[in-house]
Design a binder for this molecule. Structure first.
Ligand SMILES: NC(=O)c1ccc[n+]([C@@H]2O[C@H](COP(=O)([O-])OP(=O)(O)OC[C@H]3O[C@@H](n4cnc5c(N)ncnc54)[C@H](OP(=O)(O)O)[C@@H]3O)[C@@H](O)[C@H]2O)c1
Length: 240
C-alpha cells in the first residue's frame, strides 16, 4: 500500500509505521527510492506511547493527515496463537491478544491522529473530507458467519467494525470533515494468510498488488455518504 500510494502521485508524503523500522526491508528499499516523500516511524499498537509519539512527530513535521489506513492485524503467531477450530480451543489469552491488536490498537491510532485529520493536502487523495480506512475482514461480519471457527479473529474484527462505526457516527455528528470506512481486502497472499491458503479456491487468492489497487480505488472514490460503511475489495457492501 505504501508503494502504490507513493507511485500514484508525484507529490505528497507517505508516513509508514511498523514495529521495527530498522528491519523493515521493503519499506527501507522504498525509502531509498522516495527519500523525500516517505517517512518510517516506529509504532506498536499495543503500546499507546508509541502511537502518541508518532502523532506528535507527524504534527511537528507535516501538520496534518488526509488519509489514515489502519492495516495492522494478527490471525496467528507460531507457538502463541492459532485460529480456533472449536470452542474447546478458545483461550482467554488468545481472545485478549487478538482484540488488543486488531480492535483496540486501530481505535487508539484514530484517537491520537484525530486532531491531524484534515481534507486536502495533495497526496493524490484531494477531496473535501479526510479518510480513515480500517482494514477489517469479511469473517468479522456477524450476518455472513456461516462456517463458525476462528473465534478470536472473527470477534476482534467484529469489534473493530463496531468501534469504527461508532467513531464514524461521532465524526458525522460533530460535522468533522472525516469519514471512516472498513475494507475487506479479499484473501491475499501475505504472511498472515500463508498457513491457511490450502483451501482457497483457484483464482481467489489475490496478489498484494491487486488487492491494494482495488482498496485504493475504493478509498479514492469514497464520499461523505460512505461514512461508516464496510466494503469488500470489489466495492460491494458487506452485511454487519
Ligand atoms: N491476507 C489476507 O488474506 C487478509 C484477509 C482479510 C483481512 N486481512 C487484514 O489485512 C490486514 C493486513 O494483513 P496482511 O495480510 O498484510 O498481514 P501481514 O503481512 O501479517 O501484515 C500484518 C501487519 O500487522 C502489523 N502488526 C502486527 N502486530 C502489530 C502491532 N502490535 N503493532 C503494530 N503493527 C502490528 C505487522 O507489522 P510489523 O511490520 O510491525 O510486523 C504486519 O505488517 C490485517 O488487518 C488483516 O487482518 C488480511
Amino acid at each position: 500500500m505504501v508503494k502504490q500510494l507513493l507511485q500514484k502521485s508525484e507529490k505528497g508524503h507517505v508516513i509508514a509505521t511498523c514495529r521495527k523500522p530498522n528491519e523493515a526491508s521493503g519499506l527501507l528499499s522504498l525509502k531509498n527510492m522516495f527519500a523525500q516523500r516517505l517517512s518510517i516511524l516506529p509504532m506498536d499498537v499495543t503500546d499507546e506511547s508509541t502511537i502518541e509519539a508518532s502523532a506528535k512527530s507527524i504534527r511537528d513535521r507535516y501538520g496534518s493527515l488526509n488519509l489514515l489506513v489502519n492495516a495492522s492485524g494478527i490471525l496467528s503467531i507460531p507457538d502463541v496463537l492459532q485460529p480456533e477450530t472449536t470452542l474447546l480451543k478458545v483461550e482467554k489469552s488468545s481472545l485478549l491478544l487478538t482484540y488488543e491488536i486488531n480492535a483496540v490498537g486501530p481505535i487508539l491510532v484514530i484517537k491520537h491522529m484525530w486532531p491531524l485529520l484534515k481534507a486536502g493536502g495533495g497526496t493524490g487523495t484531494d477531496r473535501d473530507v479526510a479518510v480513515v480506512a480500517n482494514i477489517s475482514a469479511r469473517v468479522g461480519s456477524i450476518g455472513d458467519n456461516r462456517l463458525g471457527g476462528w473465534h478470536s479473529y472473527r470477534s476482534s474484527k467484529a469489534a473493530l467494525n463496531q468501534l469504527t462505526k461508532t467513531v464514524s457516527v461521532e465524526f458525522a455528528r460533530r460535522k468533522d470533515p472525516v469519514i471512516c470506512i472498513l475494507l475487506h481486502p479479499g484473501t491475499v497472499d501475505t504472511d498472515l494468510s500463508k498457513p491457511f491458503q490450502r483451501n482457497v479456491p483457484e483464482g481467489k487468492l489475490f496478489t498484494k498488488e491487486y488487492s491494494v489497487q482495488k482498496l485504493l480505488g475504493i478509498i479514492d472514490h469514497a464520499k461523505i455518504q460512505d461514512n461508516g460503511k464496510f466494503f469488500a475489495w470489489d466495492g460491494q457492501e458487506i452485511p454487519w
